[in-house]
Design a protein around this ligand. Sequence first.
Ligand code: HEM
Length: 390
Amino acid sequence: MSFAPAELLSDSFATDPHPVYHRMRGAAPVLWHEPTAGWYVTGHREVGALLREPTLSARPGDGFTDRLTGTDRAAGDRVEDFFDRWMVFSDAPAHTRLRTAASAMCAPRAAETWRDAASRDANTLLADLDLNTADFAHDFALPLATAVTCDFLGVPADDREQLGVWSDALMAYLAAQWAEPATTRQADRALAELRAYLTARTAARPRDAPSPCLDMLAAVGPDNAPALFAQLLTGGIEPVAACLATAIAETAAGPGPVLEADTADLVEEALRFDAPFHIVPRTATAELEVAGSRLRPGDRVVLVIAAANRDPLVHRDPDRFTPGRPAAGRHLAFGAGQHYCLGAPLARTVLTAGLEAVRQRLRSAAVRGVTAEREPRVGATVWRRVALMA
Ligand code: HEM
């Protein structure tokens, strides 16, 4: 199987990445990609091992803001300082402190308490949908993920839209190969506004009013609070919405066995089949030999979990959506090791509640087909539209 380096930069890769991931993995489970100066790891065994490898740092390498100048560079430095404080981009001991502070809110038992609210929100959204015209990505999955995440973070419903704007601005900064002036300025502005918002919310908190989120933010201090809040906000919305839309598209399009599958199996297969985050970035801090390749300190390493999830050495017929398949739980959509997704229990709660509600609603409808279009996006699954023909 041959892989041409230019494929990774092509427009078709951004809208249909899985064939390229297959060719990369077929060429070698670990390969150096000269145009982006990074190691790409696509084999399930290698990705699983490197997610747990202590000599790989979660801190991105330097140079992301090198092309910025003047006031944009100063804005870029502020935004970088903010992202440096994200749990997911931190190593111990900072990582341990942040993870410990957030773990009670994200524990499985706490996540389970959101199930009824998620079901209620899902049914309310569905009640207003015309199955023939609805876009399940934007009219259902996104508002459901936003509603539950904002409730989880104690954000009043009136503030949801504003938080979505800040979250989009911060994510747009990250979604590029290099920091760009316009997205850097936007992210810098969003960050300043988010910081002011959290300060105001803390000041306005009535004495003795319970707020697990504000308690958690107080525990990490004002310099780290916006970063922790933003990571939970963005982590809770985009990937959950993407996975729910994938699950709806594949369930509605599927033949009899798919329609009859258990909802939890459908969710796990959606996570495997189209991992919402395709990649996990790392930086080598020591020499490391993996599958015959030698990584050196400072090397950029891209762990492609979306490719590992479709490795034919682990999953038979990996491009087929097969709920309940053997080894279904061996997907890496939530990562593994120290940085294993802290929100996985909440994500599973929202995904099963949302998909269950959709299945109930579709039970009496005859779905004749599905149109699902992806947004061109490198490194993540984002749905432009998921519509059913009912
Ligand atoms: C289907 C939904 C989700 C997917 C696919 C997903 C995926 C991931 C992945 C792959 C990682 C590991 C990244 C790495 O190793 O560098 C991660 C980390 C994380 N996720 Fe999620 N996530 C989802 C939902 C959520 C939710 C709902 C939240 C919280 C509300 C959340 C919060 C986090 C946090 C805080 C981390 C950092 C953990 C650490 O660094 O120790 N995620 N997520």
